[in-house]
Write a protein that binds this ligand. Sequence first.
Ligand code: AAL
Length: 428
Amino acid sequence: MKLVYQIVLYTVIITLAACGSDATKTSESINDEFPFFIPAEKPDRPLSAAVERNYEAYENIRPEQSELYTQFKYTELKGFDYKGGDGTITRRDPSKVIFENGKYYVWYTGRKTPVKPVGMSHAKEATDVIPSSDWDLADIWYATSEDGFTWEEQGIAVARPPKPQPGWRSVTTTDILKFKGKYYLYFQAFMEASGLRGDFCPVSVAYADSPDGPWTHTNKVVIPNGPEGSWDQYSIHDPYPLVHHGKIYLYYKGDFDKRPELKPSKIRMQGLAIAEDPLGPFIKHPLNPVINSGHETTLFPFKEGVAAIVQRDGQEHNTIQYAKDWVNFEIASITELLPVAAGPFVPDAFTDTKYGRGITWGISHIINAGGNWQHTILVRFDCDLSQDVDDQEMKDHHMNYSPEFHYKHGLSGKQKKRIANATQKLKK
Ligand code: AAL
């Protein structure tokens, strides 16, 4: 029996010593502080999940050193009149910018109506002259510029077609494709006032031999709504074509999962449809949706893959993302004050490049420009998401917001009341 006790005692001692050594080891590893100069390569030591991500998920330890990190700077454009913001004129959802005939071109949703919109929730009051939403009763307008800052509006490129053609109610949110020498404008083709049932529409396309037109309506739906019950059954928004592998890669937004009890009542994700011919047929990717966030999402060829500016909605809004295979996107960086509905100048958007160079500027929009949700304005944004520019002024690690900016985003009366009640409870 004594021998048994001795064996048990010895086993316990050995076990404690081992634990102790593990404990010692762990304490040694914790005592082996994380180094002041962070290792460039992932160190062989226990790492927290967060620091692990710095090595595994991002290109650089510091975002400021990543080619796909940037801040954004904005400039008011010259040449566009908004009638003092009375809501009768809106310009929004610009296309990519192209450079042809020695000047820049941009296309956009243009609405010029005798009165301001009544709002989507009052869409039943809309008529053939009273718009429901800011983009109802719109046409596709275009403008040109010598420098990207001062623009000259040229007029309507694609007008609403007659009923019952696709887009008879409103043609909006366009983007440009140049393919085999011809030009194509994809656009949302509304066949009911936005807001009546929702923001429901498919995508149609017009084509021309010149960026100045004349444009020919195909009167075709080229990106149809999905089948009943599918994520993109109602909304095919923000068509965004690029050329890759000799095909048209058209990214688009779908609004879905509408649950009025939640805020926002719907979620927005991005899909991809691919075609060999600009007029289709477009085949939707089986992995759709391919981006889990975003709104009017901006994309551009970057190295072998494609990058995306993902803003406004979703778990991963305020990020710049990258997909080496043009389908499976990962977060490349997180940034702030991203351009909304950005249409960048992408010199290699249509060249079927094998190594995209990136972007440095474009046109975006600012909604609710007059504080009244009834008109939107176009602005210029600049950034450094380019392999050909190293603009360190675009790579600061945060922006400074004035006290006035903070106070502008103040408490509502309801929130102040809630806070006052909470304080009262403490005093009882
Ligand atoms: C925009 C875009 C689409 C929507 C509406 C006008 O931001 O997402 O174009 O339909 O809002």
